[in-house]
Design a protein around this ligand. Structure first.
Ligand code: BES
Ligand code: MN
Ligand code: ZN
Length: 502
């Protein structure tokens, strides 16, 4: 996915805003009953228009307040938008800023202009720096421009926005720092868009083979990424029977995809992200009900986030080794499909009794998690639309987080806050493990009432030799506020986490 807009920044003093020839000007203002320094200058330039608007309470500066003026007296801009930033000396928290940033992105895109000039005074967000503020803004602008793009069809953007100018970066941090933060933000937004497009692609196109081809394309584009793809024959030879059991009923070949980004020292241990890549989840023989089953094309969102993150990493080029793994299969019912009660081998040597073929994510992930042991990883995070129970527990707001290492869990939580892409931890206590006891194998693939926790307990049986965390994105990858479309989450969280490993 190429960048959708070009973002630049330049200095422009507030007292010359009125003379700026602009197609569209967006100005952030604080809430203030009296005119403050900024509104005073704007008011003078517009011969008192602002004072009137403030008096009529149309322009309040309250956080999120918006006003559109097709023209403003004394101003050269064709359209002017105002957005409220709240009280000047009250710092915002990340949530408040995130919705402000999304509002700015929405205004910019709906303004129906090719170029938008954005003027923001300093915005204070807790302990975050100005470069953080601009990173998130750039990300949300890029990500906001996303529009589903179908392979082979011409990309005809519905919105006109081509260029964003951030004005007034003066006196905040070094311009160089701000510009590089804007760049990183935009790359993350573009990684989110890669992830969204893959996830939105219908399952008749987006098959395990299609995902494998995406990985090959990524390696072509970024010389620092090497891709390896294992097909069913190779997996069988290795003993990945559990992963293979999921695709038994499908005409599509299952694939195991390895993307190795080498930016660090040869000897430095890699950080690994592992995505669930079920390109369609019918449930298999334990078939799902029909309503909304189309949403199960999103069951490869974990792997989509791996692709989006790897792309961002390929662009940012951190001095780290980062591997992206995708375990991909299609879960279909057929006469060759796995049946409830079947017992299969895993790569680890443990046997699994498949009591429910709809609990298939853990079956592909467990073999992937055993496979990555060979890399002696510094950390492993798997990302999966794993359980409906997670949507019940946390809704569409937070990703479920479970880990065998509290330090790792806390780093991930922190990255979630600072990328406005939050995760919330659930317990992975031993007392849940017995829910997975099986009469006929070492472990059953379902059990107990705490669905998200027992799913993670299942995975934890395969991750004992390294620091591991599991992200359940069933609620956050799509749906909710964004509607029936992919959100691009948790690309921001993952990128933030990985970049903080330096
Ligand atoms: N892909 C689903 C989980 C899911 C459900 C994601 C709804 C997004 C929205 C997963 O493979 C699944 O079917 N899980 C089962 C597990 C159960 C059989 C133990 C579930 O959550 O119902
Ligand atoms: Mn399922
Ligand atoms: Zn699934």
């Amino acid at each position: 996915m190429k960048k959708l807009i070009s973002i630049t920044s330049y200095l422009k003093k507030i007292d010359s805003l009125n003379s700026l020839k602009s197609e569209c000007l967006l100005i952030g203002i604080y809430e203030d009953k009296n005119l403050n320094d900024i509104t005073k200058i704007l008011d003078t330039a517009s011969s008192g228009s602002l004072r009137k608007l403030i008096k009529r309470q149309e322009l309040t500066g309250k956080l999120g307040n918006q006003l559109y003026l097709p023209e403003l007296n004394g101003f050269q801009a064709s359209k002017v938008f105002f957005v409220g930033l709240g009280k000047k000396n009250k710092e915002l928290n990340e949530d408040e800023f995130s919705s402000l940033s999304n509002a700015i992105s929405k205004i910019s895109i709906s303004a129906n202009s090719k170029i938008i000039d954005i003027f923001l005074p300093e915005i204070k967000v807790k302990t975050n720096s100005s470069s953080w503020v601009y990173k998130i803004l750039a990300r949300d602008l890029e990500s906001g421009c996303y529009q589903y793009f179908f392979d082979g069809k011409k990309d005809q953007p519905k919105n006109k926005l081509k260029k964003v100018n951030f004005l007034n970066l003066e006196g905040k941090e070094s311009k160089q720092k701000l510009v590089s933060a804007i760049k990183v933000g935009q790359i993350i937004g573009s990684g989110m868009n890669t992830s969204k497009n893959l996830a939105n692609t219908p399952a008749n196109i987006c098959t395990p083979t299609y995902l494998a081809n995406q990985a090959k394309l990524l390696a072509k584009r970024y010389p620092s990424i090497k891709t390896k793809v294992l097909g069913e024959k190779e997996m069988k030879k290795l003993g990945m029977d559990c992963l293979l059991s999921v695709g038994n009923g499908s005409a599509q070949e299952s694939k195991f995809i390895i993307m190795e980004y080498s930016g660090g020292d040869k000897k430095s241990k890699p950080h690994i992200i592992v995505g669930k890549g079920i390109t369609f989840d019918t449930g298999g023989i334990s078939i799902k009900p029909s309503p909304n089953m189309d949403e199960m094309k999103y069951d490869m969102s974990g792997s989509a986030s791996v692709f989006g993150t790897m792309r961002a990493i390929g662009e940012i080029k951190p001095k780290l080794n980062i591997f992206g793994i995708v375990a991909s299969a299609e879960n279909m019912p057929s006469s060759t499909a796995t049946k409830p009660g079947d017992v299969v081998n895993t790569l680890s040597g443990q046997t699994v009794e498949i009591l429910n073929t709809d609990a298939e994510g853990r079956l592909v992930l467990c073999d992937a998690l055993t496979y990555v042991e060979r890399y002696k990883p510094a950390s492993v995070i798997d990302i999966a639309t794993l359980t409906g129970a997670c949507v019940i527990a946390l809704g569409h707001q937070a990703t479920g987080l479970l880990s065998n290492d509290q330090g790792l869990a806390e780093s991930i939580m922190k990255s979630g806050y600072s990328s406005c892409d939050k995760a919330w931890q659930l317990p992975l206590w031993d007392e849940y493990q017995s829910d997975l006891n099986s009469k006929y194998a070492d472990i059953a693939n379902i059990g107990g009432r705490a669905g998200t926790i027992t799913a993670a307990c299942f995975l934890s049986r395969f991750t004992k030799s390294y620091k591991w965390a599991h992200l359940d994105i069933a609620g956050t990858a799509y749906g909710g506020k964004v509607g029936k479309t992919s959100s691009g989450r948790p690309v921001p969280l993952l990128t933030e986490y990985l970049l903080s490993r330096k």
